[in-house]
Design a protein around this ligand. Structure first.
Ligand SMILES: Nc1nc2c(ncn2[C@@H]2O[C@H](COP(=O)(O)OP(=O)(O)OP(=O)(O)O)[C@@H](O)[C@H]2O)c(=O)[nH]1
Ligand SMILES: [Mg+2]
Length: 305
């Protein structure tokens, strides 16, 4: 006899159904709409620039969206490499090379890296365009769609490529609401798109990474869990910036104990002078997201783990 699969609890406003502790099912309505728009516009572009966060190159991929790419060519951009531990970036470069995937790490939007991006785009799209030139037809501009999960820096990248502010940016998931074309010189056009998360986050561990980089809102995982996750990493491998900001820490200290100390050091107190855990979590997350705790990797290549 067939048993009927139990229905998921109704999603909350964020689309989190919370049916089990490990996977986070969610798909807010606006992301579903954005995904449909992306699928509709895919045929209009020559190339996909898939932007991910260099601190977590696989966790920040949207494999669900990637299924719709078909044979469309893509270039993976690993953004915010300036916030990643350089040793991790080297490991990931080797990993992508071994997996024959074309990637470009972007650190501080250096002009030479942006020029390299344009060069790679031209190389990838050269074939069909040469065909047109041979027939005496002037090829149309190269059109690219910039895709990725929220807050990975899609709009910032577009602004840097255009050398002026075209798209709204900000450390907040879901800032870009609509698709918009931007023109870079020399026959290149870019389509900015709203960040889209896959409908399901695989595990709470991934959820913590995604929340730490602010691809999903703090409320989805909870500030305490995410701040503790960041602290745990830094207690194990303290960066000079972390020690300078919060003081030295011994590896036997738990994130909770250290959070108390941070509260004292930084005078993060409630009315009445008691340490405010909420303020400590907020401070840790803000410091991490602003790069004030140094260069920190959030994911190792699978073969290395
Ligand atoms: N430190 C650092 N911050 C960056 C970098 N690139 C982008 N940011 C910041 O990251 C935040 C998100 O950037 P956006 O360009 O708005 O990201 P997005 O992918 O367009 O986000 P959505 O539109 O929400 O999907 C902003 O606060 C940027 O200033 C970088 O290379 N380094
Ligand atoms: Mg944006």
């Amino acid at each position: 006899m067939k048993t009927k699969k139990p229905a998921l609890p109704p999603p909350t406003k964020d689309g989190v159904s919370g049916d089990n502790k490990h996977a986070i099912h969610w798909f807010p309505g606006h992301m579903k709409k954005a995904k449909e728009e992306i699928e509709k516009n895919l045929r209009k572009v020559d190339l996909i620039l898939e932007v991910r966060d260099a601190r977590a190159p696989l966790v920040t991929a949207n494999l669900d969206l990637a299924k719709t790419f078909g044979s469309k060519k893509r270039l993976i951009i690993l953004n915010k490499a300036n916030l990643n531990d350089p040793r991790s970036t080297q490991l990931w470069k080797a990993w992508f090379l071994a997996h024959k995937e074309r990637v470009l790490f972007i650190e501080d939007y250096q002009p030479k890296t942006l020029k390299r991006l344009v060069r790679e785009v031209k190389e990838i799209t050269a074939g069909p365009r040469e065909g047109l030139l041979k027939k005496g037809i002037n090829p149309p501009p190269i059109r690219m769609m910039v895709l990725g999960i929220p807050n990975v820096g899609k709009s910032t990248l577009i602004n840097r490529l255009c050398r002026h502010k075209k798209a709204n940016t900000g450390d907040k998931p879901g800032l870009t609401k609509n698709q918009a074309w931007a023109v870079i010189d020399k026959g290149l056009e870019l389509l900015d798109t709203p960040g889209v998360m896959p409908p399901r986050v695989q595990s709470e561990k991934e959820g913590r990474v995604l929340c730490a980089i602010h691809a999903i809102r703090d409320e989805i995982i909870g500030k305490q869990k995410v701040a503790n996750f960041v602290l745990e990493k830094l207690i194990k491998n303290p960066t000079p910036e972390f020690t300078q900001r919060y003081g030295a820490v011994t590896s036997d200290k738990s994130p909770q104990q250290f959070a108390e100390e941070i509260g004292e050091t930084m005078n993060l107190v409630k009315k009445g002078g008691e340490i405010s855990p909420e303020k400590v979590f907020e401070r840790v997350l803000a410091d991490f997201r602003n790069g004030r705790l140094g260069k920190i990797s959030l994911e190792d290549p699978p073969d290395v783990e």
